[in-house]
Design a binder for this molecule. Sequence first.
Ligand code: NAD
Ligand code: UDP
Length: 310
Amino acid sequence: MKSIVTGGAGFLGSHLCDLLLEKGHEIICIDNLVTGNAKNIDHINSERFTYLKHDITKPIYFGDKIDYIFHLASPASPVDYLELPIQTLKVGALGTYNMLGLAKEHGARLLIASTSEVYGDPLVNPQPESYWGNVNPIGPRGVYDEAKRYAEAITMAYHRYHGIDTRIVRIFNTYGPRMRVHDGRVVPNFINQALKGEDITVYGDGSQTRSFCYVSDLVDGIYRLMMSDFTEPVNIGNPAEMSVLKFAEEVLEIIESDSKIVFEDLPVDDPKVRRPDISRARDVLGWEPKVSLKEGLEGTVAYFKEKLIK
Ligand code: NAD
Ligand code: UDP
């Protein structure tokens, strides 16, 4: 089984590469390192693993047969995609188009990493896959949300028109080791602030909610979806929903930090609620998350502690 992983030197992509190697796949990891880091794949020492530094908004060709394409490349943190609006739109549009072309050429199965952001600032909670979303196309977050919505649309068009075998995973907030210290997402921010005794920056009044999934659960869900026959989108995330303020308190408790919580401005169009309805993942994939927030945070805190010492 020969698999391509785009964005394979990123947080989720590198964990997916680890899982695919365990499952016996040969992997070509493609990443231009715009938000990733070669250190995330440094530990991989396998003849079945090749890394290619390449921007997938430009076409790429392979002689050998490709069986699976896991398309994860895209800036993912709000701080990253607000700094990289054009790259974000291009990788969602041109990057996905190029990967669909590759899938067509090789008769490969393609999975795209979509996001809970396709639901925007949702008016229903939890969000089932049947919900069409509430996205502001011209707001600052629109570059990410619309790139992913376009990626879903072109993927379904290739599936319907060309018969390409496709999968769409809608990923909800996921955390774990190998997130960048400064990627700006709430998990690395709060953990690093608490470890350094700095103020914990809660945006808005902290009443907005998120549901956090540990990375091992997430990549297990992605793998199951790829190996299933299911071509409609599937939510993968942990339905344990909590307010951002409560999350800050949990982090403080686990780290036993005396950092103070401070309140800063809420980013524009920040979704007020987010929680996956995972009925479909349960029914179709027999999947549900196994790692509790406490367990997952302990592993993540240990990783960031080591980064601080080094
Ligand atoms: P990440 O930033 O750690 O990884 C993304 C990787 O894609 C990086 O290594 C980056 O260098 C690479 N990349 C970006 N543009 C590229 C291009 N044009 N060519 C080649 N490589 C490129 O982020 P992540 O959290 O690992 O996210 C991975 C995927 O999962 C993304 O598509 C993201 O939208 C999606 N996702 C993640 C989450 C989450 O909570 N982590 C939630 C929803 C969706
Ligand atoms: N957030 C926060 N403080 C931070 C970083 C983020 O309060 O230092 C909030 C952010 O406004 C959002 C939630 O935490 O409501 C999750 O933000 P993140 O950037 O992790 O991802 P999002 O879920 O918005 O894509």
